[in-house]
Design a binder for this molecule. Sequence first.
Ligand SMILES: Cc1cc2nc3c(=O)[nH]c(=O)nc-3n(C[C@H](O)[C@H](O)[C@H](O)COP(=O)(O)O)c2cc1C
Length: 359
Amino acid sequence: MRTGLPLSALAPMQDVTTLPFMRTISSCGAPDYFFTEYFRVHAHSRLESHILESITENETGRPIFAQLIGEDLDQMERTALALQQYPVAGIDLNMGCPAPKVYKKNVGGGLLRDPDKIDALLGRLRSVCRGLFTVKMRIGFESPEHFEAILDCINRHAVDLLSVHGRTVKEMYRGAVHYDFIRSAVQRSRCPVLANGNVTSAASAAAVIEYTGAAGVMIGRSAIRNPWIFRQLRETFEGDPVYQPRLADVRSYVDRLWENTRFVPSSEREDVSMEARHVARMKKFLNFVAQGVDAEGAFLHRMRRARTRAELFRTCDAFLVAGNRGGLPFADEPFAGLVARPTREGDAKSLSECAAATW
Ligand SMILES: Cc1cc2nc3c(=O)[nH]c(=O)nc-3n(C[C@H](O)[C@H](O)[C@H](O)COP(=O)(O)O)c2cc1C
């Protein structure tokens, strides 16, 4: 852990924060910490191999926390013990997922309705976590009525790091982030707090840290749009000149994403169907990237219509490098009004389902 400078973490994102994406982000400037997307925990759950590989093959040099979602004490214990056989920095508990199919099972954000359940779960996980034990939460379910009680519970169980997304579960991703609640969490918690929610740039991270007093920031969607954000954060805090990516750099990022997230086909036929699936998958990332390309959303619109690799890359070339565009700066902040839909965790489809899907 670096000392002195604010901390940074890539937010866990289902079907996004895979090993290939972590590699891609690291090539632009890694955060201090990674978190896996969540391992589902229930009576029949096994460690999902595609999530596990982000731990076993993590060569980014940065610690990675394994996130769990579940509520059964014995199964959570079993899974935390199993994960600690691998090189994890610690175990992270998801208390924020707002997808109805998740919270209706009283896991993720659903836990926030039940402080007694949280108490039992934190107690059990703390007792079996030999390394760090961390929590990621929203400020409440429908309202922040249990927020302070939950923070006290987190203190009682000596949680090592708390990430707070400053919205309730019912607010999903809508509306302003309640940074005042993150500030209260910082004041009440004994452990370091990472502020999460709509941190869109190094400048906005600095403002959020200044206002909340948080130990650092956790950034999700804006790191998909701008993979240099963690490098820019470090430079901002060290008082160094801040890297300004150009549209040509974004074009190289698209290449890296394509290469790193590609399947290796085993036949020509498979190659064709895989290309279509991969184009669909790339659009999920480009939905976010597009928010920094042009204010009118022309790139977003054209990119969404691409069906083949050639069409997709022709569009990227036209908007990112044609003429003298490559030298133009990539916007620091997302352009207002361009929506990368949907942005709900739990909505992310598996690769096999993703042909026509967007997050
Ligand atoms: C596609 C997607 C998938 C997500 N998956 C998870 C997840 O697996 N675990 C989790 O704790 N949060 C998940 N989140 C929530 C993010 O970690 C983060 O809290 C949220 O996006 C707010 O941060 P941001 O405004 O920087 O994106 C997900 C968010 C998105 C957009």
